[in-house]
Ligand binder design. Structure first.
Ligand SMILES: Nc1nc2c(c(=O)[nH]1)N[C@H]1C(S)=C(S)[C@@H](COP(=O)(O)OP(=O)(O)OC[C@H]3O[C@@H](n4cnc5c(=O)[nH]c(N)nc54)[C@H](O)[C@@H]3O)O[C@H]1N2
Ligand SMILES: Nc1nc2c(c(=O)[nH]1)N[C@H]1C(S)=C(S)[C@@H](COP(=O)(O)OP(=O)(O)OC[C@H]3O[C@@H](n4cnc5c(=O)[nH]c(N)nc54)[C@H](O)[C@@H]3O)O[C@H]1N2
Ligand code: SF4
Ligand SMILES: [Mo]
Length: 667
């Protein structure tokens, strides 16, 4: 008889869905949605329906490996954990003696969102004195844009969108990346709300929108300020709200009126001037507009300013003051935990340099004094996901780079390793999870034993610490003890939590603690922020505005993959359909290309091969490539990140994955 266990989807997705796992003979026989989960309520995306096939995939790494062939060739021999750990420790001791700790670079992101396993390497690398990694690959510019206006004000509960009469999905493919928010937008629509999508092409979410507004990539800041212009000019701003709750309306209004008239906005965005005026009037007519801003518009050289401008627009409309209205970039549940017990910054004996993870190619090839001699990767696949892939691969292929990769599968990154360590999946280890899309917390126990000799991150760092001779108590604290320490924290976020539900493995709702309505320095929504380089929002150019090639490349997420995760599953690979490039009919015709043809997209950084899709929903001047595929499955062994650059956002050092240009030719 199978038994039933609760767990959480561990992946980097705002939904953090609740799972029910049927366990039979120590195996996960079937994974389905947990109907008792307060947010996901029993449904999962097509990737996690079938998670058992990931967990028990024949391609799982089940024992350590040591490289026997040239770098990147994927030739390895089996090793024991003792041998693998001893090899890593002895090489690192040599590097420490010769070049110091900063010659070692940890590299991780969000393969697991669990607070213990995701952060497991922090205490170890601080104690080692390694170079620090700035973990900026996702949405730091989006956060900076929100914070510039709203400070530490928590985003609204996503359920409040049900009370909105106008839902604006701004740069988000919700039916692929936030499926339970898409459900709520659909439900709001059933109750009478209009749904607008502002995007760069007709993505899958266009089907649930009443109106789709397509803008030129990177021009949304100009659009938002142009809408503010029309609202100000036509007396449509919420003056009562602006007077009582915000600071800086006169200054913002002056900039918008002077710099963002409809003609200029039309030239920048590709929209007709009348469409801009009409959109402003639609927004102003709404009783309670709700903006859901995705990561898309923030991954540009002007990304932080763009998000800041859209948040300011929501304030000018008074959206924050209306029941059912507001603006959500991400939920603030990161504030619910003090992560210092697991991150242990205090173990750093002296300040160390920091490398921005978006500049990995530069760091591996150019950084000196000391150069990076060794890199340790967990919870990430930089060979596939990091920008400027040719530079990254050149770095990973250095014979003198000692690369250690802790992974579930032999990814493109792991293929370049000197030592590969097998990782458990989330069903084989415990952790504590919170979501960045809603307000819940869950503790998930291991529900099956580790496969083969796979080990969780936390345990591997304990082994490495012992081998390095680190004897601080944190390196003897078990993952369970660390999870319990985090959950035992007292904060106003936790007061109402039913801890017995947590102990049963069920998700519990948390809520931002009571406090001032606007958690900013001035106590008001800051349309002007004197602490910033640009105190008043104003239009900024994107990087690609100055680039030479004709097509702007949007490299958006795909439904059947999650970053580079899930490509171990043949059935999902088949559904994802491999690397495809979408072009407008006019762009295909201009190049003599037809649907289904093999093509190469190229720019000054490199090239990548795709199958062409001629798509009515893609405007002229834009190329769209959904998904980040494993190089092992890519024709030409390069994916779309061979075409993305290491340039950063205007604030916070974020990635600029959508801010590049290419041209396309027949393969
Ligand atoms: N199925 C699936 N789910 C995922 C992921 C995945 O890869 N696949 N990734 C996960 C991760 S790590 C994250 S961070 C989130 C991703 O979540 P988001 O970053 O919010 O990604 P998307 O929802 O696809 O939003 C990107 C959208 O922005 C649009 N866009 C790009 N540039 C612009 C622009 O200049 N203006 C406007 N208006 N739109 C623009 C793209 O066309 C695309 O439709 O999703 C998570 N969930
Ligand atoms: N062109 C382009 N590139 C992008 C994006 C884009 O939209 N366009 N999106 C970007 C974004 S938003 C993000 S967040 C990044 C994501 O970048 P990453 O966080 O690197 O995401 P993944 O590719 O999913 O790689 C995660 C890896 O962690 C491994 N893993 C999972 N669980 C564990 C574990 O418990 N322990 C260990 N040791 N390993 C584990 C998985 O097997 C997987 O190979 O990619 C970025 N790259
Ligand atoms: S990937 Fe996202 S939608 Fe899919 S199960 Fe996980 S949390 Fe839910
Ligand atoms: Mo992300």
């Amino acid at each position: 008889m199978p038994s039933l266990a609760r767990s959480v989807c561990p992946f980097d997705c705002p939904d953090a869905c609740g799972l029910l796992v049927e366990v039979e003979d120590g195996r996960a026989a079937k994974v389905r949605g947990d109907p008792e989960h307060p947010y996901s309520q029993g449904t999962l995306c097509p990737k996690m329906n079938g998670y058992d096939r990931t967990v028990h995939s024949p391609d799982r790494l089940t024992h350590p490996l040591i490289r026997t062939g040239p770098k990147g060739a994927g030739a390895f021999r089996r090793a024991t954990w003792d041998e693998a750990v001893a090899r890593v420790a002895s090489r690192w001791k040599e590097i420490l003696a010769a070049d110091g700790g900063e010659a070692i670079l940890p590299y991780s992101y969000a393969g697991s969102m669990g607070l213990v396993q995701r952060n497991a390497g922090y205490p170890f690398f601080h104690r080692l004195g390694a170079t620090k990694l700035a973990r900026t690959i996702c949405t730091p510019a989006q956060d900076a844009g929100w914070t510039a206006v709203m400070g530490a004000t928590p985003g609204p509960d996503p359920d409040t969108v049900l009370g909105s009469d106008l839902v604006v999905l701004w740069g988000i493919n919700a039916v692929a990346t936030s499926i339970h928010f898409a459900q709520r937008a659909r439900e709001a629509r059933r109750r009478g709300a209009r749904v607008l999508l502002v995007d760069t092409y007709r993505n899958d979410t266009a089907a649930l929108a009443d109106e789709v507004i397509l803008v030129r990539p990177g021009s949304d800041g100009m659009l938002a300020l142009g809408l503010v212009h029309v609202l100000a000019r036509e007396g449509l701003a919420d003056e009562a709200f602006l007077a009582s709750e915000t600071a800086g309306w006169p200054e913002l209004k002056a900039v918008a009126l002077a710099e963002c008239p409809p003609d200029a906005v039309a030239a920048a965005t590709g929209l007709a001037p009348e469409a801009i005026v009409a959109l402003a009037r639609t927004l102003a007519r709404a009783r309670a507009p709700f903006f859901r801003i995705g990561g898309g518009p923030s991954r540009y050289g002007n990304g932080a300013m763009t998000v800041r401008s859209v948040v300011a627009l929501a304030a000018v409309l008074g959206a924050f003051g209306r029941e059912g209205g507001g603006c959500l970039t991400s939920a603030a549940s990161s504030q619910a935990f003090d992560l210092s017990p697991v991150r242990r910054e205090d173990l750093l004996a002296r300040p160390v340099r920091e490398v921005n993870m978006n500049r990995l190619g530069w760091a591996l090839n150019e950084l000196r004094d000391p150069p990076i001699r060794s890199m340790y990767v967990w919870c990430s696949n930089p060979a596939a996901v990091a920008p400027d892939q040719n530079a990254v691969l050149r770095g990973l292929s250095r014979e003198d780079l000692f690369l250690v990769v802790h992974e579930r599968f032999l990814t493109d990154t792991a293929r370049h390793a000197d030592v590969v360590l097998p990782a458990t999946t989330s069903l084989e280890h415990l952790d504590v999870y919170r979501s960045y899309g809603h307000y819940t917390v869950q503790r998930a126990a291991a529900v099956i034993p580790p496969l083969g000799e796979a080990k969780p991150n936390w345990e591997v760092f304990q082994l490495l610490a012992a081998a390095m001779g680190f004897d601080e108590p944190v390196f003897r604290t078990s993952a369970a003890e660390m999870a319990d320490q985090l959950l035992a924290q007292r904060s106003a976020w936790w007061d109402a939590v039913d801890r017995s539900r947590l102990a049963e493995g069920k998700a519990v709702r948390i809520a931002p603690p009571p406090g001032p309505r606007w958690r900013t320095a001035s106590g008001r929504i800051e349309l002007v922020n004197p602490a910033l380089r640009e105190p008043v929002p104003r239009p900024l150019p994107a990087h690609a505005d100055r680039d030479p090639l004709p097509l702007r490349l949007v490299t958006a997420p795909a439904l059947y993959t999650l970053n580079s995760t899930f490509q171990e599953r043949p059935e999902l690979r088949a559904k994802a359909g491999g690397m495809q490039l979408q072009l407008a009919p006019s762009e295909a015709a201009a190049r003599g290309l037809s649907d289904g043809q093999r093509v190469v997209a190229f720019n000054g950084l490199g090239e990548a091969a795709f199958v062409l899709r001629v798509a009515e929903g893609v405007p002229a001047g834009v190329a769209v490539a959904e998904g980040v595929f494993w190089l092992a499955h890519a024709p030409g062994a390069r994916n779309v990140n061979a075409l993305t650059s290491q340039r950063l956002t205007d604030e916070a050092g974020g990635s600029t994955f959508y801010d590049n240009r290419v041209d396309v030719r027949a393969a």
